[in-house]
Design a protein around this ligand. Structure first.
Ligand SMILES: Nc1ncnc2c1ncn2[C@@H]1O[C@H](COP(=O)(O)OP(=O)(O)OP(=O)(O)O)[C@@H](O)[C@H]1O
Ligand SMILES: [Mg+2]
Length: 338
């Protein structure tokens, strides 16, 4: 029903009821009005207004729902839609709004994909330059310092050794920076090795106990998906180290038909507020990039769990010779721990 007829019908019901009461009810109106009659009429008016307000609220409920969704909708959590059944202006507005959300979500996903890919390319370039330019120069300085300190006499030799030590630490910092900017091990050895090396590094630097649990039958992923998984674990572990006050964190990768699930679970203080900073929003954008779903559950005192469910193609069953019922996936083998 159109909005006009909806409101008209609601008012018609209220006014019709009031008229019927006046016609057939035990109500008379004298001139001049008697006090009891005035009380009854005012009472009737109040009842009519309350009934009208309640019916209007009911009739306009779809618009109220639409306004609520308009104010709370978040393009990083796609799929929030209102049912738009029937015809009329309200259903039309809801349908148009849903279509607008479809378009905005697609545009948002495309533009954030472009930004993320550009940022990754830039990181890669900076890492390459740091490695090739700064890293090489510092290595050359280190070698020269070593030669000079070998040939120098005390106390110059001691000072040169100190400078050598400082240069070596700086070179380590540069290498760490390069690894964080561009997880080269991801390209060379794959996701599991990259996550292993990342968790080992975090454990060494923070004192956290990082437990890894990776299924043995993980599917082969494209480089973009691997990078998203790596970055989500990187941000998850950084958050645990910065905010959680945890003693143990588990990073797991498990595979079921059609889905690869990544989880980072800590036993820290958790958080009640759903305040999301650039880190978590970045995770959501990356999840959108590969069509994955990100879910963060946390409660004060019971830790935080980040789950990323990545859709993966289900391999077509390969019937062995004479065996038409070969299992699609071997049973998972428990992963190793650190
Ligand atoms: N593992 C965790 N345990 C407890 N609180 C957490 C955890 N992870 C995130 N939080 C809370 O969620 C908030 C948002 O995290 P988010 O990563 O988005 O931002 P941030 O870490 O504060 O800053 P950055 O943008 O540098 O990542 C944090 O400020 C923190 O309060
Ligand atoms: Mg963060």
């Amino acid at each position: 029903m159109s909005l006009f007829w909806r409101i008209f019908a609601l008012n018609g019901v209220v006014l019709g009821t009031a008229t019927a009461l006046l016609l057939w009810g035990p109500v008379t109106v004298s001139v001049p009005v008697v006090l009891t009659e005035a009380v009854i009429l005012v009472g009737g008016l109040v009842v009519m207004l309350v009934a009208n307000a309640a019916l209007l609220r009911l009739g306009l409920a779809p618009l109220a729902r639409l306004t609520r969704l308009m104010t709370t909708v978040d393009l990083l959590r796609p799929g929030q839609r209102l049912p738009a059944d029937g015809s009329g202006e309200v259903a039309e507005v809801i349908r148009t709004f849903n279509l607008m959300l479809d378009r905005l979500e697609t545009e948002r996903a495309t533009s954030s994909a472009r930004v993320l890919l550009a940022a990754e390319a830039e990181r890669r370039r900076i890492a390459q330059e740091l490695h090739d330019e700064v890293g090489q120069s510092m290595t050359a300085i280190l070698l020269s310092l070593k030669r000079a300190s070998d040939e120098a006499d005390e106390p110059l030799r001691g000072e040169l050794r100190q400078v050598q030590e400082i240069t070596r630490e700086s070179l380590d910092d540069v290498r760490r920076l390069v690894r964080r900017l561009r997880p080269g091990v991801l390209d060379d050895l794959g996701l599991v090795s990259a996550l292993t090396s990342l968790s080992t590094e975090v454990a060494a630097h923070t004192g956290l106990r990082v437990v890894r649990r990776f299924d043995a039958d993980l599917p082969v992923l494209d480089p973009e998906t691997e990078l998203v998984l790596y970055r989500v674990v990187q941000e998850g572990l950084t958050n645990v180290a910065r905010h959680a006050d945890a003693s143990r964190v588990e990073v797991s990768l498990s595979h079921s038909p059609g889905t690869l699930e990544l989880a980072v679970t800590d036993d820290g203080r958790g958080t009640a507020a759903a305040c999301e900073g650039a880190g978590i929003r970045g995770m959501r954008e990356r999840a959108l990039l590969i069509g994955a779903t990100l879910d963060i559950s946390s409660a004060p005192g019971s830790g935080t769990r980040i789950r990323l469910a990545v859709p993966v193609p289900v391999p077509a069953p390969e019937p062995g010779p004479g065996d038409a019922s070969a299992p699609e996936h071997p049973a998972p083998v428990p992963g190793k721990q650190s």
